[in-house]
Design a protein around this ligand. Sequence first.
Ligand code: ZN
Length: 288
Amino acid sequence: MFGGIEAGGTEFVCAVGTNPQNIVVSDPMSTTTPAETFQKVIAFFRQHPPVKKIGIGSFGPVDIHRDSPTFGYITTTPKPGWANTDFAGVISRELGVAVEFDTDVNTAALGEHKWGAAVGLDDFLYLTIGTGVGGGVMVNGRLVHGLIHPELGHILLPRDPLKDPFEGNCPFHKDCLEGLTTGPALQKRWKVSPKTLPIDHPAWELEAEYIAIALVSFACTLSPKRIILGGGVMRQIQLFPMIRRRFQELLNGYLQHPAILRDVDHYIVPPALGDHAGVLGAIALAQQ
Ligand code: ZN
């Protein structure tokens, strides 16, 4: 048996198991203080049979470099109380078990690669658009870590202030991808909960425009064989056809591949693992 921890800024989910058909998942645990949250996680694993290894997919930024003195830490997060928090070390010591540690989005990507929408694809990306925007990237069958880890949500986008006077709400860049497209950004721009916006509201056309621009950049730089779009905002499934159409229009035939020209419905897709994607990814990370 393996353990998995999906560590989100709002809630944590833990699981023990081996695959989507053989897994016991905890109730969501709200993310309060690190000490309190870790106690709940530790209690869950103590109630279940010992696991061989635990995989952790965490909100971040995180230090995922094994040779670093702060490996396994959540680093510069603006989330109160969580900056510079040892996460992997605490879990490993308290439970006496080895841990693997990566970003929440890399971990979700790994789950989709093993059991979901990217089975058999060694080059793809997983982008989540919810309360934040994050991306996990696989190239040549390996998750990309690089200098820190990819931060696909913070690429800068062209914004026409006449069409969109909202300046963006990223505390670092204002109108980066995250600053323009998250649930909180939609709420600020349109002054209502995005869940209450009708599907033909202009909000969605603008949203699809920004996401399509970002995907053009990612397709041109990373050459993914598929792009998976998850997260709360992408539950607005009317966005998928709008994004696909604008993606093709903006590329204007430049990337000459049937996957993009003729089969874009299978190129830009929702995740296949549903609500358990994160924690299943964490199990997959532990099994690596
Ligand atoms: Zn930003």
